[in-house]
Design a binder for this molecule. Sequence first.
Ligand code: NDP
Ligand code: OXD
Length: 309
Amino acid sequence: MALLFKSDTDRIDIWQEALAKLMPDLEVRVWPDVGNAADIEFALVWNPPVGELAKLPNLRAIFSMGAGIDHLASDPDLPEDVPVVRMVDEGLTQGMTEFVVMAVLRHHRRIHDYQTQQRQKHWAQLVTPLAPDRKVGILGLGVLGADSAEKLVYLGFDVAGWSRTQKSLPGVESYSGDEGLRAFLKRTEILVCLLPLTTGTKGILNSTNLGLLPHGASLINVARGGHMVPEDVLAALDSGQLAEATLDVFPEEPLPAQSPFWDHPRVLVIPHCASVTLPKTAAENVARGIEAVRKGEALQNVVDFERGY
Ligand code: NDP
Ligand code: OXD
């Protein structure tokens, strides 16, 4: 028996349909219609209400609809002995890479400046370097960061990445640790954040770190709003240290109407959909996980709460 928690985007019927096709024997209930809580062996969640998972005494695995599990980690009652599986899915990766490549190209080719010129009916060609002369830096070289890096290398960009452990990815300069972060930021003209939100990465987009970027760099945050210190990002934009930002995630979502990001002339606001989990492919991952638990096999993509991701 599995329990589905409604996602914010409410594609619950599509999830049900996809799971029914793959696992016709699986009875699925939708929260809050839990029935007898003792029946529930698996939970599929995005952002469940705090304390709800702790009410399920026979849970065998929790499947996150998202790649990030920071919202689950912040539940003080999250059952400690139940594995949490995060979403690793080809569709989610493809969607993120499409978005990152689009945003990098947009900054690289100064599309925002052309839009400004168009509004002014001003005709002027802006010279931009070719990709090999543009340094892109990706914070986080995990499933998503590594795929974006690979596709940007394919386009010819000069790509580096920063991760906890050193990486060896074709064409990608690897940096790690505090010293590595400084060197990485100093060389990065277009910064992409694809880190998980943990105690070690919260607020990493702050004035000190943004100040290490070359003047006029661009920021693309597609990870979590908590990576940004919003006032520092705004100050960097206002001083010209940051030329532009593409922001898909915010400390408070939906972004409140009074947020200065909405009206900032050099910010593109996207409503947390750089990549969206598509039930059609993602349900296959969940079905594989349920099968593994049932057969007593090892689960893939289990969150390590010591590490925080
Ligand atoms: P992974 O766990 O695969 O990768 C995380 C990467 O971050 C790894 O390279 C890891 O290093 C690195 N990292 C973690 N902590 C640190 C640290 N303290 N210092 C340096 N590097 C660190 O995650 P994914 O790539 O699957 O996803 C990344 C994030 O993207 C998610 O957590 C989520 O927040 C966000 N996301 C946003 C979406 C959106 O639509 N906006 C959609 C999907 C995800 P190492 O490799 O050494 O372990
Ligand atoms: C995720 C997200 O973490 O959509 O998957 O943000």
